[in-house]
Design a protein around this ligand. Structure first.
Ligand SMILES: CC(C)(COP(=O)(O)OP(=O)(O)OC[C@H]1O[C@@H](n2cnc3c(N)ncnc32)[C@H](O)[C@@H]1OP(=O)(O)O)[C@@H](O)C(=O)NCCC(=O)NCCS
Length: 161
């Protein structure tokens, strides 16, 4: 696929994602619309609870960045990775919902996805980015240069239920 074809098909800013699984073409996009059922299906494959689609739609609309990772297919590309970011658009951003479909994990896609996320945030001008890692994934981020919050003393959470 040429650069122009990728952008025509997946929108501005889309580009090929390099991976160790070379029988497929993977593409990142910040602008290709999501099928919200497909998105929730993807997030369910990594064990996360399904959320009402109406709320997901609004959450995406209110996010700074919505990034899809697609296995290219000329008629029906398949969503196999996702991440989104919220924030004020100037100083702070937070990354949420980072996931790669289990069938495609371990091929370097998650790492590339995080680079693409950070590039997108840098393009907006953001310099400070936060995320809340699940305990089993902390070293995934640490290996990519993320700093761990010191000694568990600087985070606080509030849950409505
Ligand atoms: C975490 C996740 C996004 C990683 O995606 P992936 O495509 O498998 O990751 P990559 O293949 O790019 O791995 C990059 C590196 O991180 C390491 N890594 C991958 N998953 C890891 C994990 N859970 N813990 C620690 N290291 C991990 C890989 O071994 C690889 O190391 P290397 O660079 O030394 O070879 C994916 O496993 C996933 O979706 N997990 C379930 C959802 C989840 O927990 N998301 C994070 C929420 S905070």
């Amino acid at each position: 696929m040429t650069k122009e074809e990728i952008v025509d098909f997946y929108g501005d800013g889309a580009r090929i994602c390099p991976s160790l699984k070379d029988e497929f073409t993977f593409v990142f996009s910040q602008s290709r619309p999501f099928d919200l059922f497909e998105l929730e299906e993807l997030l369910a494959t990594v064990g996360w609870s399904r959320r009402p689609v109406r709320r997901v739609k609004r959450a995406l609309e209110n996010s700074l960045l919505r990034i899809g990772l697609w296995v290219h297919h000329p008629r029906s590309p398949r969503l196999i990775g996702f991440a989104r970011c919220t924030g004020d658009g100037v100083i702070e951003a937070t990354v949420w919902d980072v996931a790669v479909h289990p069938a495609y994990q371990g091929f370097g896609l998650g790492k590339q996805l995080m680079s693409y996320v950070l590039e997108g945030l840098k393009d907006i001008g953001l310099e400070r980015v936060t995320l809340f890692a699940d305990p089993g994934v902390v070293s995934f981020y640490k290996r990519q240069g993320w700093l761990l919050e010191p000694r568990g003393h600087r985070c606080a959470f509030w849950y409505a239920t």
